[in-house]
Structure formats: C-alpha cells, structure tokens
Design a protein around this ligand. Sequence first.
Ligand code: AMP
Length: 253
Amino acid sequence: MMIFETVKKFQEWRNTLPKDQTLGFVPTMGALHSGHESLLRFSAHDNDVTVLSIFVNPTQFNNPDDLKNYPNTFEQDLAMAKKLGVDAIFAPKDMNELYPDQYRFKINESEFSKELCGAHRPGHFDGVLTVVMKLFQIVQPTRAYFGEKDHQQLTLIQDMVSSFFLPVQVIPCPTIRETSGLALSSRNLRLTPEEIQVAPKLYQTITEIKDRDRAIKTLKDYGFKIDYLEDRNHRRYVAAALGKVRLIDNVEL
Ligand code: AMP
C-alpha cells in the first residue's frame, strides 16, 4: 500500500496506472470506522484500484474547537486500509498542499448549501465542495463513494458533478449504524459514556415519532440541543448536539 503526502508524488504514481484501469475513490477525514470501511469495500469490489484520502479539511470547519478536537487515529486507519486492500492513501499533512492559493478560489453553491447544515455552519459546504473538487482533479477517479449519512453533502456533490460535467460517477452508500441505531461517526469517539447511552435516541426518535413538533420535544427532553429537524423531499434531516458533540442523521420517510 502506497502512502503519499504531496500532490506531486501522488500524481506521479497516478500517471503510472494503465489508462484502462478503473479507480475507486473514498475521501475521508480519517478516524476510520465501519461506515468508512463499507465505502472502501464497495470501491474495492467495483474497481481495479482503490484510493483513500485522509485530510481533515480546515475550510469546512466553522468552529475552531471542532477542528482542534477532531479525532486522529492515523496508525489504526492505515491498518484498516491495508486489511481492506486499499492500493494508495493520499494524506496531505500540510494545508498548503491542497490550498496553495490560500483558499482564494472556492466552489460556492447558492441554494441547498445554505439550508439545513449550511444554515447552521456558514461556509461549511463551500469548504466541502472545494476540497472535493480539488481531490477529484488530483485523484481522477472513475467512481467516488459517499455515505448517505451525510445526505445533504451527497446531494450537493452529485449536483456539483453534473453542473461541472465532471467525469466521475458518484456512488451513494447506505448509512452504517450500531445495533442501537446510532449512525457511526468519527465524532462519536468524543461522546462521554453517559452521552453514548443517550445518543441512539436521535435515530430512534426521528424514525418512531412521525409528528415533527413532538419529535423535537422528545429530543429536547432527552437533553439534545436541536439545530434543526426538517422533513423535505421524502426525507427527514436532523442535527443536534449532545454536550460538546454535534450529531447528524437522516432517514427516508
Ligand atoms: P468523514 O470522514 O466523516 O468526512 O466521512 C467520509 C465519508 O464516509 C463520507 O462520504 C461520509 O458520508 C461517509 N460516512 C461517514 N459515516 C458513515 C456511516 N455511518 N455510514 C456510511 N457512510 C458514512
């Protein structure tokens, strides 16, 4: 398994791959769990070569503490990637690798990115779309795998790919959950033992309580601080904080 920290070294390797080989790409921020694992398995199944990126992208964090406290389990991530047959990891350590322009140029979507998570995290989706665009240019994937766990992000990436005629197929992958229903997330590592007991109520409540106002009240009673709980396009989206940790989830209605 190859590991690259610079764009130049990665591109040199990318250029050695035969043109007729398919390349599957799984972009992540590391602290890998079974959700990331499922994306990597889909990619390895569908493609000749699989590339994983690990980069905690500063431009998508509107809260400096969230960025500072983002979990890092790099050695474990390497072991998981190796076990799953990942061919190469692109893991830039220095922000300047991906932002030589100091974020002078960015992708800005003007509608859906301003709603839901975008309304509560200003600039978040500009950061996400910009880094994904950069990674697509560098990695040149045939297929790219994204989780439905981040459904708004998935939708915006699909729309960006079609708007800019990017030659990549976006493959949506189902949300992987604990048996309790809690969606796996790298941020779950930051929940206290007490919060871990309460966290599954987020999924249970949005699936079991159809009435929106009652679902909101129930979550508040459990101690969640709600950013939003909204039903749209046959899907229910929620973001809520438990202590210092912000959790998001969504389900098909
Ligand atoms: P992240 O490292 O959190 O930026 O996530 C990297 C990718 O993994 C994104 O496409 C996420 O949607 C996906 N992902 C994260 N958690 C899960 C999960 N529980 N199930 C499926 N995909 C996930």
